[in-house]
Design a protein around this ligand. Structure first.
Ligand SMILES: NC(=O)c1ccc[n+]([C@@H]2O[C@H](COP(=O)([O-])OP(=O)(O)OC[C@H]3O[C@@H](n4cnc5c(N)ncnc54)[C@H](O)[C@@H]3O)[C@@H](O)[C@H]2O)c1
Length: 356
């Protein structure tokens, strides 16, 4: 574009006069992340402020000058937190799921919320398979034994995945990568999804079935549905008895999809032989000892947190700490998309907007 000398100077003066956009980052513990965002955003005139900790109702007042915030899933952005951020116009969550953000409250305050819809469908699917294989071949127990110098095979017999039935609940971005991988293992495949994509059935020997049929027929059940009011306790005390006896259940989606009490009962009765979880129903509370001590937790949440603790101690339960997204490649893609989301919002474009 050609600028006459004067109009170019006028534009520069206008840009200089524009108030700088202040962005506060939370749960930003690693140096490379801070360097990445500095490099990408500071030259464009943003003012960045990094915090390793979470944004909470207790500290939100300190960040009331923020125009935008960048968060991860452990920052619970409810009405009370959002109310304290009086200048806030953008929430960029560095996650696919956005169930930690009250979208209604955000919308009513004119706050745009954007996410990172695709960064690691294969990444999370690979973690699901890591859990499946760890359970089917007793990898953790085997490795623990050899570390202790014991090389006996007693109790270490696993089972083949070939010809077993996998039931994928939620055949979206991640679920379809699980289906691709399961196909490679020559598993039989079922899916339950209220919005079936028929092209998947023509691509793979896959059948969409009801949730009930999936639970009753699958040897491996893998959850990949989003969490929300409609999917809260999708697997619960009323339907867990439908699960095929001896099946294994994998959850890398969200803890709230499965009622923890139902899970514990099914493990105790042997209906579920083993469980692999990257997510727990009240996982946020497990590290929040202060809440337990101060006694501010609701009774129900406390009971679930204690049940989560019980799960952690069971031999046939394998828990990873919400780590499925955490590959070198995926975290770089998350950071790059977050920059794109912020830049698009600044230019008034709607990119990866989930509300606003
Ligand atoms: N553990 C991790 O690190 C991690 C990382 C990324 C995503 N996740 C979780 O995985 C979930 C799935 O991610 P995605 O990218 O595949 O999402 P997606 O939106 O592409 O797919 C979700 C699928 O679930 C289906 N669905 C909706 N309601 C359902 C219901 N009641 N029962 C069954 N299926 C239903 C949708 O139709 C869709 O096909 C996310 O919502 C997020 O919570 C976890």
């Amino acid at each position: 574009m050609y600028w006459s000398g004067n109009s170019k100077i006028e534009l520069e003066i206008k840009l200089l006069a524009m108030p700088k956009i202040k962005i506060s980052f939370f749960e930003m513990k690693e140096r490379w992340q801070r360097e990445f965002f500095e490099k990408q955003l500071s030259p464009a005139g943003y003012v960045l402020q990094f915090n390793p900790g979470k944004l909470t109702v207790g500290n939100a007042g300190k960040y009331k000058a923020s125009d935008a915030i960048v968060v991860f899933i452990h920052c619970k952005l409810d009405k009370k937190v959002l109310e304290k951020l009086t200048r806030l116009k953008l929430v960029a969550t560095q996650s696919t799921g956005f169930d930690h953000i009250d979208l209604v409250a955000a919308k009513s305050r004119g706050v745009t919320v954007c996410n990172v819809p695709v960064y690691g469908e294969n990444t999370v699917a690979e973690h699901s398979f890591a859990l499946i294989l760890s359970l089917s071949r007793k990898i953790v127990e085997s490795a623990n034994r050899t570390r202790a110098g014991k090389f006996g095979l007693e109790g270490l017999r696993g089972f083949d995945l070939k010809d077993k039935v996998i039931g994928v609940i939620g055949a979206g971005h991640i679920g379809r990568h699980v289906i691709r991988m399961a196909h490679g293992f020559e598993m039989k495949m079922l899916a339950y999804d209220p919005y079936p994509d028929k092209s998947l059935e023509s691509h793979y020997p896959l059948k969409y079935v009801s949730l009930e049929k999936l639970l009753a027929t699958s040897d491996v059940i893998s959850l990949h549905a989003p969490y929300g009011q409609r999917t809260h306790h999708l697997i619960n005390t009323k339907n867990i008895h439908l699960v095929k006896k001896g099946a294994i259940l994998i959850n890398t989606a969200r803890g709230g999809l499965v009622e923890t009490a139902a899970l514990l009962a099914a493990l105790k009765s042997g209906r579920l032989a083993a469980v692999g979880l990257d997510v727990l129903e009240e996982e946020g509370l497990i590290s929040e000892d202060s809440g337990l001590v101060a006694g501010y937790l609701e009774r129900e949440k406390l009971a679930t947190a204690l049940a989560d603790h019980r799960l952690l101690t069971m031999k046939n339960v394998l828990v990873t700490p919400h780590n499925a997204f955490n590959s070198r490649e995926a975290v770089l893609r998350i950071a790059a998309t977050t920059v794109e989301n912020i830049e698009a919002w600044k230019k008034g474009r709607s990119v990866n907007v989930v509300s606003g």
